[in-house]
Ligand binder design. Structure first.
Ligand code: FAD
Length: 408
């Protein structure tokens, strides 16, 4: 298990330890040998967004198969869910190593690489609460990349204010009956099972954060509603409809009425992962921007010689550098067992906004070519915009920071 070297002055090391370095090098090899050939094999089906989707926005079968192939191969190679404990099939690597790996993979740019390390479709610490049969049926297959999942909290009427959710579950003998609707659920169209939050005790009796239970529901037990096609991320999100869906008692994940508290325990990890991705993507964009600014000439010189261009790239470098330091600190705190709620909000807000600003500047550096459908820059801008909304919006992160300051 790769851990931070606590023998350094003050217990902090910014060096990449040898085991993590090996993992990062092996990830490069994996991407070169397994991911890039698959993207080439898919050809236009992958590179042309119009061919990548069915009319309703769902990804075409070949692309879904490719995502699954990468997930399974990555799991076989020991990468996919390497941050989860060894006794359930993970590798037990530290949060620092997981953070570095997530950032490193993202620095390759967007593409099928997104499925190398477990994302929203994969096992999260919430699923580690699996007990008994749930371990063999859901947790371990998810870690092996054989089954994919989704986390369903957001509803048509409720997003940030999630404790006010309307989806409910009522006990009926040894079964639960679930009713409600979820939307914007990532991987919903392709998941083998979903983890659904539902109110099981009214807020008046259980308090704002009590009374919510997490249920495992299999894909043939609920109805898939409309696709929720976000600009820049078409084909991955959809609505889920629960109309008197009956599940047995053993589908409760964790304790009845305690799902919210359990999820809060793992909140920081989601923000660490998103921060790492945002920084990796931004680093990749800066590299591309530097290349273009060096090659492209205007008024008899490379455009990088104009301060208006070089400063855009320099500012991007400074922002990603600072965001990376914040990411490493957060991961280090999490390895020490801190919940690090404020720090995770700082990272999530700062890194995703840095990515957004870098993506906008790199489009500008590329001039008209930055807007071309044939180039990926506008896609980055769209994804950067999405990252400022998911896993807690900008405003929700700033509320958390302001609360720590004692001003709200
Ligand atoms: C691409 C994508 C993928 C997603 N994946 C998932 C998923 O897998 N699972 C899932 O459950 N959800 C998912 N979501 C939903 C996402 O988490 C929500 O969109 C997000 O939490 C915001 O909720 P909302 O859209 O209802 O906005 P609202 O909560 O209605 O907010 C609207 C605006 O008001 C602001 N606002 C709200 N409350 C406050 C406040 N107290 N103070 C200041 N400002 C406030 C918000 O910041 C925002 O700007 C996804 C969304 C997208 C776009």
């Amino acid at each position: 298990m790769a851990t931070q070297d606590s023998t350094r002055p003050g217990g902090v090391s910014f060096e990449t330890d040898e085991e993590t370095r090996l993992i990062l090098d092996s990830l490069d090899e994996f991407i070169e040998q397994e991911v890039e050939p698959l993207e080439s094999e898919l050809g236009e089906t992958w590179s042309n967004p119009r061919l990548r989707h069915e009319d309703d926005g769902r990804l075409v079968g070949e692309v879904v198969d490719a995502m699954e192939t990468i997930r399974r191969k990555s799991a076989d190679a020991g990468f996919y869910a390497m941050n989860l404990p060894e006794d359930v099939g993970g590798e037990g690597v530290s949060n620092v190593t997981w953070y570095r790996a997530k950032k490193h993979v993202a620095s390759h740019g967007m593409g099928l690489t997104e499925f190398v390390l477990a994302g929203p479709e994969g096992p999260k610490p919430l699923l580690l609460q699996a007990e008994g049969e749930q371990v063999e049926e859901y947790l371990k297959p998810a870690i092996r990349g054989e089954k994919s999942t989704a986390f369903a909290q957001t509803e048509p009427g409720v997003g940030s204010d999630s404790p006010s959710m309307q989806t409910s579950a009522e006990r009926d003998g040894d079964e639960w009956i679930i009713n409600g609707q979820k939307q914007w659920i990532t991987n919903a169209p392709y998941a083998d099972f979903v983890q659904v939050f539902a109110r099981t005790t009214p807020q008046e009796d259980a308090g704002r954060y009590g009374g919510i239970t997490c249920f495992i529901v299999e894909d043939d037990e609920y109805e898939l509603g409309s696709m929720n096609n976000a600009v820049g991320m078409q084909g991955l999100q959809a609505e889920l409809v629960f109309d008197d869906v009956r599940v047995p008692e053993d589908r409760v994940l964790g304790q009845v009425d305690a799902a919210f508290y359990n999820a809060m325990d793992f909140l920081s990890l989601g923000r660490l992962e998103l921060g790492a991705e945002a920084i990796g993507y931004a680093e990749n964009l800066i590299e591309t921007g530097v290349e273009y600014a060096t090659d492209r000439e205007a008024f008899g010189r490379p455009i990088g010689k104009f301060q208006g261009i070089s400063h855009k790239l320099a500012k991007g470098r400074a922002k990603t550098y600072a965001a990376d330091a914040a990411g490493l600190k957060l991961a280090w705190q999490m390895d020490r067992g801190d919940q690090a709620i404020e720090e995770s909000s700082i990272l999530k807000w700062f890194a995703t906004n840095a990515f957004w600003e870098v993506a906008d500047d790199v489009v500008q550096v590329h001039g008209g070519n930055g807007l071309s459908e044939d180039n990926p820059f506008m896609d980055h801008l769209h994804v950067a915009r999405i990252l400022r909304i998911v896993e807690g919006t900008d405003e929700i992160q700033l509320n958390t920071i302001a609360k720590q300051l004692g001003v709200s």
